[in-house]
Design a protein around this ligand. Structure first.
Ligand SMILES: *Cc1c(COP(=O)(O)O)cnc(C)c1O
Length: 438
């Protein structure tokens, strides 16, 4: 039997050999009850603040103060073309070509915009296929789109869930549902990584199967962007949307991301018109130009001039992704999550059931687990300064994030769950669980 202290030694050794460990110091980590940095595992819900974000936001406040309307062209990053700063790093984040990605709006807004363009039910081809459970906002969006077209979700929404007694969705089941629906299926909308179970789908295979049957492929990458490597262009995905406040660390309610495959970059333009989607050469032409001239790429889907203050933190966040590189991040992520899984099996086999797939190729950072004693475990985690996402009565989602979590953080999570209330009262808990380097 491996002791908790032996596991801690192992964690410290892994941290010492981690080539990405320096990134942790570039984040502002909230404090736990005793004032020391928390072990933060909610990056799948709201990523931590990159230290550089503050200066990027302040720069815009300063330029606004100094320049007023002149900031559109004279700000250090001119507001007129501010979104263009994300073309290349945004494309690298999701495996796109530079013109295929635009940062705008929020996730659900973008999902509706994309469906307005790409979900065009006609004849018998009108059904939409989603996973079950889908994130509530996605489900609401899909149901209301169906209704807007005069359709009834009871007939035209296909949901594919896990089989009886299983917790993850079989990829074969997804593909055969696409085949069964045949010519009646208009669109497939799948979360890249399922928000609840942490299952990563084989996005290349699903896209291939759906496109071969003339089905529009849309992916919601809220839990995938910044978490797992993506190749949206090569997979031939029609559109994708994501939020930048989870694994991308661009702040609460951050401006969202949107991918439109190059083959849809018109003409003809399929989206809605707005001045920010107009060719920048004539965008401010106003009275001189009467016709909407869509920009040649995904940027054509923009409607309004974006909130510069809301977009600013995305600069610092994407700089970190470029410096670290997605393949190095993924390598550390697989190791961190694998370490969490191993410690849970060694120290808590009787008390924790892991719902997320065991195969690292079928999951991202997050492990979802069912605890035997939910209420007690929750209190122990909180007292030990371990921040996780707790769903009543006994489900915990924990995402070790390779940019800022350490192997020692992972150990702290497991040690807090493994401790008894007596340990905590005897001082063996909250503070000793946190001893050692941060
Ligand atoms: C987080 C999340 C959302 C949130 O939608 P917003 O429009 O950003 O509020 C939607 N869908 C999925 C799958 C999510 O994980």
């Amino acid at each position: 039997m491996i002791s908790l202290s032996a596991s801690r030694e192992e964690a410290l050794g892994l941290d010492a050999g981690d080539p990405l460990s320096a990134f942790r110091a570039e984040f502002l980590i909230p404090k736990g009850p005793d004032g020391a940095p928390a072990a933060y595992f909610c990056g799948n819900s709201l990523g931590l603040q990159p230290a550089g974000a503050h200066a990027d936001v302040v720069a815009e406040l300063e330029d606004w103060a100094r320049l007023g309307v002149g900031g559109h062209f004279q700000a250090r990053t001119p507001w007129y073309s501010y979104h263009e700063a994300f073309r290349e790093p945004g494309a690298r984040l999701v495996g796109a070509e530079p013109g295929e990605v635009v940062m705008m709006n929020g996730l659900t807004v973008n999902l509706h915009l994309m469906m307005a363009a790409f979900y065009r039910p006609a004849g018998i081809r009108r059904k939409i296929l989603i996973e079950r459970p889908a994130f509530p906002s996605d489900r609401y969006a899909v149901e209301t789109q169906l209704r807007m077209h005069g359709l009834d979700p009871a007939h035209d929404l296909i949901e594919v869930g896990a089989r009886e007694g299983e917790s993850v969705i079989g990829e074969d089941d997804l593909v055969s549902a696409v085949e069964r629906a045949g010519d009646e299926l208009a669109m497939l909308l799948l979360g890249g990584v399922n928000f609840l179970t942490g299952q990563l789908f084989d996005l290349a295979r699903v896209a291939r199967a759906a496109r071969a049957r003339g089905v529009v492929v849309g992916y919601d990458l809220a839990h995938a962007a910044g978490n797992v490597p993506l190749e949206l262009h090569d997979w031939g995905v029609d559109f994708a949307v994501w939020c930048n406040y989870k694994y991308v660390n661009a702040g609460p309610g951050a401006v969202g991301g949107c991918f439109v495959h190059a083959r849809h970059h018109g003409p003809p333009f399929r989206g809605f018109g707005g001045w920010w989607g107009n060719d920048p050469a004539t965008r401010f032409g106003m009275h001189l130009v009467r016709d909407f001239v869509p920009h040649g790429g995904a940027e054509a889907w923009q409607l309004s001039n974006p909130s510069i203050l809301a977009m600013a933190p995305l600069k610092a966040a994407l700089r970190q992704f470029d410096r670290a590189g997605m393949s190095a991040l993924r390598a550390k992520s697989v190791a961190l999550t694998g370490f969490l899984e191993r410690l849970l099996r060694v120290h808590l086999a009787e008390r924790v059931e892991i719902v997320t797939p065991e195969d690292p190729a079928r999951r991202g950072a997050q492990l979802s687990m069912v605890l035997r004693d939910g209420a007690g475990a929750r209190a122990r985690l909180e007292r030990a300064g371990v921040v996780t996402d707790f769903r009543e009565p006994n489900v915990v989602r924990a995402a070790p994030v390779p940019l800022y979590n350490s192997f020692e953080d992972v150990w702290r999570l497991v040690a807090a769950l493994a401790s008894t209330d007596e340990d905590l009262e005897a001082g063996e808990g909250a503070s000793s669980l946190r001893s050692g380097p941060t």
